[in-house]
Ligand binder design. Structure first.
Ligand code: AMP
Ligand code: ZN
Length: 482
C-alpha cells in the first residue's frame, strides 16, 4: 500500500489554530478529505528565502497530513493585481511599481516573477498545489461577490470606490483575544493614512475606481466604473471557485493574520452567511540580523542566490525543518554552513547503506509511529529530523534503515537517497586511492585549522600529483579526478 495513503492513521493530528488560539485536534469536515487554501505570492519581485520558509512549512503540513492518511486538495492564488504597498489599501500599487522599475508591462513582470517563484518553490522539495490561479483570471467572480455584498448591505460605494463596512459585523477582529480587541477598539490603526471615503477606519476596499494611479495598467469594466479589485477579495473568490463554500485549512504567514485574513473572513462569511474555514495555520517569519526580511527592502536573498553560492536548496529546507514553524527563525550563513555539513554527513551515511535483507517489521512500525507522532504533534519537525538520525543509528539492518529514510522523506523531502545514489554513481575509484584522498583531506583540514597554510598547500600538491583536484565549497571539500 502507498505509504502516503492511510495505512497508519495517527490517533490525533494536532496543530495550532490561530482562530481558537490553541493547539487543536484537526477534524476535517468530510472524513479524510482535506480542502486547503494557501495565500500565494505577490509577483512584483523575487520571493525571498523568508517567503519560501512559509511555503516549506505548508508543504510539511500537507505531506504530514498525507502521511497520516488524509487526502489533501490545495489551492493557491497568484497576486498579480490589487496589492498596494501597505496591506491596508494605502501606498503604491506593488505590481505597477515593479513594472516601472523594470521598464516592462505589468503582465511581463507577473509572468517573470511567477516563473522565478516556482523555480525556487520546486527546488526546496515542495509539492505544487493542485490549483494555482492568478487573480487576473477571476475578475467576474470578484464582481459577483462584491455585488452580493452590496445587496446584503455589507458594502457601500463612496467616492467611486466600493468598501466593505466592518461596522456591520458583530465580531470583526476574529483572531484577537478579548483584551486585544479592547486595545484595538481604542487605538484602531492610527498609523494608517486616512481615506475620507471610509465610514470606519477598519473598512477596506473591494473595488477601486477612483484610482490614485492615473497610469494604472490593469483595469476592468464593472458596475461601478472602470477599475480594479482590492487585494483581499481574490483569496475569498479563488478559494470558493475551486473548493466550494467551506474549507478546512487556510494557510499564510503571520503577517497575513491582520488585515488580510481578517478581511477575507469578513467578506467570505458575509457573502456565504455561514462559517467559512475551521482551521487557520500561520507560520512565523524568517528574519535576518537587521529584522524581518522583506521584498521591498531592495537586495533580495533568494533560493536561487543560495544555489549560486554553492548551497543545495535542500540544505535550506533542512535549515527550516530544524526549527518550529511557530517561532521566528534568524538566518545566517554560519548557521546554514553548519546545516550544509550535517546534510552532507547524512547523505554519506545513507550512501553507505546496503540492501542487505528483509525489512524488520517491528523496527519499521516503531519508527514510523514515532515519526507520525512527531509531525502530527503540532508539526514537530526538529523531532522528526532527530527520529531520522535515531533510525540511522538504530540496532537494525541497512535495509530497514533505507526503508525508513525513504518513508520519512515523504514528509521531509530532503532527497537523501537520491543524493546518496548520485554520490555512489561517482567515478569508480580504487579503494586504496579513496582512503588516501579521505586521509589527505582530513590532514589538510587539520593543517588549515592550525593555520599551517604551507602544509595545507603541500597536501593539495600531493593530491594533485596523484591526479586529484580538490575544491573548497560551502558544503565542505569536494574532489574529482583529473
Ligand atoms: P507576499 O508575496 O509578500 O504576499 O508573501 C508571500 C508569503 O510569504 C505570505 O504568506 C507571507 O505571509 C509570507 N512572508 C512574508 N514575509 C515573510 C518572512 N520574512 N518570513 C516568512 N514568511 C514571510
Ligand atoms: Zn490571501
Amino acid at each position: 500500500m502507498d505509504l502516503l495513503r492511510g495505512d497508519k492513521m495517527a490517533a490525533k493530528f494536532e496543530f495550532y489554530n490561530t482562530l481558537s488560539r490553541k493547539v487543536e485536534e484537526f477534524v476535517p469536515r468530510e472524513g479524510k478529505k482535506v480542502s486547503m487554501y494557501t495565500c500565494g505570492p505577490t509577483v512584483y519581485h523575487y520571493a525571498h528565502i523568508g517567503n519560501i520558509r512559509t511555503y516549506i512549512m505548508q508543504d510539511v503540513l500537507i505531506k504530514s497530513l498525507m502521511y497520516a492518511g488524509y487526502d489533501v486538495k490545495r489551492v493557491m492564488n497568484i497576486t498579480d493585481v490589487g496589492h498596494l504597498s501597505s496591506d491596508a489599501d494605502t501606498g503604491e500599487d506593488k505590481m505597477l511599481a515593479g513594472a516601472k522599475r523594470e521598464h516592462k508591462t505589468v503582465m511581463e513582470v507577473a509572468k517573470f516573477y511567477t516563473d522565478a517563484f516556482f523555480k525556487d518553490f520546486d527546488a526546496v522539495g515542495n509539492k505544487r498545489p493542485d490549483v494555482v490561479e492568478p487573480a487576473t483570471n477571476c475578475i467576474p467572480e470578484f464582481i459577483h461577490m462584491i455585488e452580493v455584498l452590496l445587496e446584503k448591505g455589507f458594502a457601500y460605494v463612496a467616492g467611486g470606490n466600493v468598501y466593505f463596512d466592518t461596522s456591520k459585523l458583530d465580531d470583526y477582529y476574529v483572531f484577537s483575544s478579548a483584551v486585544e480587541k479592547e486595545q484595538l477598539a481604542v487605538g484602531v490603526r492610527d498609523d494608517v493614512e486616512e481615506d475620507t471615503n471610509k465610514k470606519n477606519k477598519t473598512d477596506f476596499v473591494l473595488w477601486f475606481t477612483k484610482s490614485k494611479f492615473e497610469d494604472q495598467a490593469l483595469k476592468w469594466d464593472s458596475p461601478w466604473g472602470v477599475g480594479y479589485p482590492g487585494w483581499h477579495i481574490e483569496c475569498s473568490c479563488i478559494s470558493m471557485k475551486h473548493l466550494g463554500e467551506y474549507i478546512d485549512i487556510h494557510c499564510g504567514g503571520v503577517d497575513n493574520i491582520f488585515p488580510h485574513h481578517t478581511n477575507e473572513i469578513a467578506q467570505s462569511e458575509s457573502f456565504l452567511g455561514h462559517k467559512w474555514c475551521n482551521y487557520w495555520f500561520h507560520s512565523n517569519h524568517l528574519n535576518d540580523k537587521s529584522g524581518k526580511m522583506s521584498k521591498s527592502k531592495g537586495a533580495v536573498l533568494t533560493v536561487s542566490v543560495l544555489k549560486e553560492k554553492g548551497y543545495d536548496p535542500l540544505v535550506y529546507r533542512l535549515f527550516c525543518l530544524n526549527s518550529h514553524y511557530r517561532k521566528p527563525l534568524e538566518f545566517s550563513f554560519d548557521a546554514l554552513d553548519n546545516v550544509a555539513a550535517a546534510y552532507n554527513k547524512l547523505v554519506k551515511r545513507v550512501a553507505e547503506l546496503k540492501e542487505d535483507g528483509p525489512v524488520d517489521e517491528a523496527v519499521k512500525k516503531e519508527f514510523e509511529e514515532r515519526f507520525l507522532e512527531a509531525v502530527s504533534g503540532d508539526l514537530n519537525t526538529s523531532m522528526a529530523v532527530t527520529i531520522l538520525y535515531d533510525a540511522l543509528k538504530a540496532d537494525t539492518n541497512d535495509a530497514t534503515k533505507l526503508y525508513l529514510v525513504n518513508s520519512f522523506d515523504k514528509v521531509l523531502s530532503l532527497d537523501l537517497a537520491g543524493h546518496a545514489a548520485a554520490l555512489s554513481d561517482g567515478p569508480d575509484v580504487d579503494p586504496e586511492l579513496l582512503a588516501f584522498i579521505e586521509d589527505a583531506i582530513e590532514r589538510r583540514k587539520e593543517a588549515k585549522k592550525a593555520k599551517d597554510f604551507a602544509k595545507a598547500d603541500a597536501i593539495r600538491d600531493e593530491l594533485m600529483q596523484k591526479g586529484v583536484e580538490i575544491k573548497d565549497t560551502r558544503e565542505g571539500v569536494k574532489w574529482n579526478l583529473i
